[in-house]
Design a binder for this molecule. Sequence first.
Ligand code: MSK
Length: 684
Amino acid sequence: MTTEEVKAKAAEPKEKVKKAAAKPSELSVDKATTEMIERSRELGVETIFDRAASMKPCNIGVQGTCCKNCSQGPCRLPLTKDVEQGGEDTRKGLCGATPETIAARNFARMVAAGAAAHSDHGRGVAETFLAAARKETHDYKITDTKKLLEIAPDYGVEITVQGKDGEVLQRDIDEIAVEVGEKALGQWGQQTGEVLMVKRAPKPLYDNWKKLGVIPRGIDREIVEIMHRTHMGVDQDYENIVAQCTRASLADGWAGSMMATDLQDVLFGCPYPLKSSANLGILKEDHVNIIIHGHEPLLSEMIVTAAELPEMIDYAKQKGAKGIQLGGICCTANEILIRHGVPLAGNYLQQELAIITGAVEAMVVDVQCIMENVANVAKCFHTKIITTNPRAKIASGETVHIEFDEHTAFDDAKKIVKTAIDNFPNRSREVMIPKYSSPLIAGFSYEAINYHLGGTFRGSYTPLNDNIINGRIRGVAGVVGCNNARTVHDDAHLTIVKELIKNDVIVLTTGCNAITCGKAGLLTPEAAGVYCGPGLAEVCETVGIPPVLHMGSCVDNSRILMAATEVVKAGGLGKTIADLPAAGSAPEWMSEKAISIGQYFVASGVYTVFGVTMPVSGSPVFEDYLYKKLEGIYGGMWDLEVDPIKHAQKMIAHINKKRQALGLDKSRERVLMDMAARQKLEAA
Ligand code: MSK
């Protein structure tokens, strides 16, 4: 390369920075977001969008082949042209670790971190559940006794006893709750045997896990074992490492997350569809605005109740506000949306932007997905960042720590709400709230889907199966996950979901994808007529459901596993999840939790496509194992597709492949015929 060429290359990224910085419309497809990026630049407040332009990711880290698991490294093994073209791969770390060993270790550590995050969330819920069941706290109660009675047998807890005359009596609810809580909490520290919830899976799936020896023994044990195996000089067989990834990820999806969902539902109520709205436009200039951000509903449930207290509303009025407006960001948002209808303020990439509206009195955070920079942004405004969890404090900026304890939960929540109200008179900058928000319907637990499709007395997934079999619905997709500042905010989420529903694939959504869909109006029954193919539109219009069903937060991906299991049980679509015309997607993922989720979906038999990047490209051998060979082991496999349309088309092709295997390809052709054929289907 000549000196001139080197100089030109060095200048290239700076040009890109300038270009990205100049056009918010290139950074997001969400108008509220682009307006606030513009606003941040007017005010000179730096956000993640600016940092993403000025700092590029490490080229070797992106490939997953940088090992820093001992102090002789980091050993960097970037992909060479020769290897890319099929030449011999002689790359090795100092200890001799191959690219596939290194990529597998790094991948496994992501699974461990993701599974730990979800499962530690679940542990906190189980502890609070037990405290409520034992009446050690008055702030939480066992609310949904119907769900408690439904789940108790899965925890090995009897719900009936025999009376003196041999009659069957229901056991005392409190006793059942205590036993369920104890059994649940025991799952984290269990050392041998099997975690309980794997028995919920379709039998052939369970049998396959058993045959492969990947059933988790206990939640904590599997996460610790990943950390051990990936220590220098332990497991140096990438296939064996992936088997442990499966164990730990199943301990997430079919244990930690699944129990979190179960116990949250019993404590706070199983979600059923309700109306709300989404985007930054839900903030109100003349109200005390409180953003709740993070993941755990334990605190946010209390804040919702505290903010509704007449004494708090009066106090807000005394300070000059007209009331209190709550809004959520990330998965806490989804938790309080699906049970209380609290509106969504935004998804992951909008957290800094919410503060830049100048209208937020407090951003209350618990755990996960909270950017450290919110504290720096808040310094430029009057907003107080209130940390609440001893696991998650922020050293940057100025934050207030009000520690949340389940035994004093309601008092803690009142203190937090009062702190926000006291801050209302301190607004320091002009308020600018983007005028965008969209109506939505959320709260489709798998129980709610059952009810919507089959009715109260004959709730069943059979009508869904019938519509898949007759071809009105081509298949089912789970589209979930984060935003990622390395790609255009919300663009891939929306393009993929729209392409799927256009092709008659019904979408189940959670996490930040659900928030994106809410902001774009896809969570309304009316969206069916606008975006769906004729078959799916017909079903949605008849049943009155949106084509995209909001099922909750990241831990609620376990609801998708249960919905898939219910579809298998309803019959006619094969014997296990891998037989279903179904696929999974995380279009804009960024969190380690997404890797754990992806692995448990793959291990459950789901073809799972990720967007943006996969940190395995530095090892063609490992990549091939994840993208191709896992299908022969679990029925599901990973894939990466950055182009959103191709991404959706790959999912559709997989769904078509499964339809063909089930002999359903002919019925599908009928739907694509004329109106007469449709009428014939209606009459069927
Ligand atoms: S919040 S994990 S950015 S989905 Fe669950 Fe969104 Fe991803 Fe966090």
